[in-house]
Design a protein around this ligand. Sequence first.
Ligand code: GCW
Length: 696
Amino acid sequence: MEHVKQKGVPQNQYTMCWLDYKRCEDEEYLKKVIPFISNIFILDNNYYFRNAALELKEAIKNIFGVEPNIQTTSYLDFHHGTLIGKLGNEVIEKFLEKEEKEQIGNEGFLIKVVATKTQNIILLVAKTESGIIYGTFELINRLRVKSNLSSLYIIENPKAPLRVINHWDNMDGSIERGYAGSSIFFSNNRVKRSLKRVRDYARLLASIGINGVVINNVNVRGKAIWLITPKYLPELSEIAETFRLYGIKLYISINFASPIYIGGLSTADPLDPDVFKWWQETVKTIYSYIPDFGGFLVKADSEFNPGPYVYGRSHADGANMLAKALLPYGGVVIWRAFVYNCLQDWRDTKTDRAKAAYENFKPLDGEFLDNVVLQVKYGPMDFQVREPVSPLFGGMEKTNQMIELQITQEYTGQQIHLCYLGTLWKEILEFDTYCKGKGSYVKRIVDGSLFGWKYCGFAGVSNIGSSINWTGHDLAQANLWTFGKLAWNPDGSVEGIAKEWILLTFGDDKKVVENILWILLNSHRIYEKYTTPLGLGWMVNPGHHYGPNPEGYEYSKWGTYHRADTKAIGVDRTSKGTGYTLQYHPHWQKIFDDIEKCPENLLLFFHRVPYTHRLKSGKTLIQFMYDSHFEGAEEVDVLIQKWEELRGKIDEDIFNRVSERLKMQKEHAIEWRDVINTYFYRKTGIPDEKGRLIYP
Ligand code: GCW
C-alpha cells in the first residue's frame, strides 16, 4: 500500500490553525472587555515589545472589531488598557506584590487584571522578551475563549528549559518522513527567499511555548553539510532573526565528518587538535552571523552517518569536542542516542536492537560536559504505536537528557489516519522509572527537576510542511499543539490541552467540542487496535512505512523482528531472554520479566507468547488479535459518524478534507485488519471463535 500524496495546493495559501482569529459574536463580552483592550501601553519600547503589541492589536481587531491604540509615549493613561512591561519597570512594579514578582521565571509571565471604579487594566509582565511573547499569545487565547476578566490571574513558567522542534527537512525541499507537503525552509537546494511562512510558523510555535527549532534533517548529506558555512549563513541569519522575534532559537543538524567535507582535513577524529580547531573556527563564524545560535543537533554513528566510532573514540569524546567549541558562546550540543547496529543478520537471535541505546550510552554517564544534552527517543526502538519507555530515562543521572517524540506520524498513519498522540505521550511522561525511588517520573527527569539539570527538555520531530493546513490532516494540528503544551507543562491534563485546542480552532459549540474531543482521545487506541497491538510493532511496509506487511522487516538487517512461527510470536526480552529487562530499575525488571504481571499492551514486546496463551480477560492471544483487528476497524466508523454529525458546524473546507481522510482511514484500516488476521490465521490455522470472515 502506497502512502497517498496530498493533492497540490497553492503554496502561498494556508490557514493559521489555532491562530485563525474569528469574530466574537458575544456583545455582552465585548462590552466588558472593551475598556481593557482599547489601549495597549508598551513600557519597554523595543523591537520585541512592539512586535508583541502588534500581535495583540491584530488579534483584538480581528476578534472584537476594535482597533486599540498602541502607546509608547511618555503620556500614559493608566485607567484603561493593557500594560505590557518588564519586571523592574517602575510603573509595572507598583501593581505587583513581592511574592508574585519572585514567581516569574526567565521565560515565564504574569497576567493580572486590575479592575476598580476608575481603572480597567490588564497587566502583562515578564522578565524577558520571550516571556512577553508567550504571555501575549496566552492573553489573546484567554480573550478568545471569553475568560472572565474579573478573575483572570495567571502566572506561568515553562517546566522544561529546552522545547525544541526537529525538522527533518532536506535542502531540495523534501522532508524525510514528512506528510504535509514540502519544506517551508528550503527548495532547490537553497534557503527559500520569502520568509513570510516562516514568520507565521514562528507565531504558531511561540503560541505554544516552543523556544528552539532545528531546521534541517539529522541525516546531513550533500549541500546541507555546508549550512554551517558563509555560503548559507547570511540566509540562516535571516531565519534566525525571524524566529528570534518570537523567542525561538535556531539550531542546525551537522555532519560529524564536516572537517573532511568542508575543511579538507584528512580526519574528523574528535581528539585531533586540527579537527577541534576547525570546529572552533566554524563555531566562531556561525556566531558572527547568529549571535544567539542555539547549537548543534548530531546524529552520529547511526544509520550510515559518520561519528566518533569511526576513529575508535567514544560518543563522549565526540560530543565534548563540539561542546567545548560552543561553550564560550553559550551553545549546546544535542547528541542523539539513536545508535544501534542497522546491519544486523536476522539469523542472529542474540543481538537485540532494543538494548542498543542503553549499551552505547550508559557506560558514558558522567563523562559528558555540562552543555551536552543526550536526546533519547521515547522508546528503545523507533516511535512505534506502543513501546516501553526507554530505560535510559532514569538510567543516567549525570547526563542531561531530552526526550524525543515524533509528532510526524511515520508509524502512526502518516497523517492519513487520525492518530492523536497526546494520550500516548502523557502515559510516557507519567511513567515512574523508580530511579530515585517512587515518584521518579519521566516528566520530572526531562524537565530537569529530578536531577537538577540545567539543559534538558523536549524534542519533537515536526509534522508540518507547506500544505494548506500545515499538517496534511487538519486534526493532526492537535499533535503539534499538544507537543508544545506538554513541553511547557508536562503536568497538564491531555483532556484539557485537547479541549483548549478545539475551542481555539473550532469554537465552543457544545457538540463540536464533545465530538472532536472524543475523536482525539480515542484515536490512538483505535489505531493501535487495528494495526499492531500488544507491543508488537513493525508490521509495516519497508521503506515508506505505510500500510500492513507482517513480515516486511522479518528478514532484513534492521533488527526489528517478531519471529512469528506457527506456535508463538514475540521476542523474549526478559532476563532469561535477551536480557533487555535488566536495563530497568528492579521494580520494573520484575514486572516486565513476569508474563502475568507485564502490562498487557506490551506483552509481545517483552515476551514470546504461544497463540493459545490466555490473557487476563480469559481470551487466547490469537482470539485477542482477531477481536482487536475486527473491533479496531469497526471503531473507525465511530470516528466517521462523530465527524459526520458536525457537518454544517465546521468550516466546509476543513470538514471535507477531514472527511476525505477518514474515508481513506477506513479503507486502510480494513486492509490492516484483513492482512494481519489472514497472516495469523495462515500461521496458526486457528479459526476465529466468532466465525467472522478471515480470508484464508
Ligand atoms: O525512524 C527512523 C526513520 C528515519 C530517521 C531515523 C532517525 C531521520 O525511519 O527516517 O532518519 O529514524 O530518527 O534518525
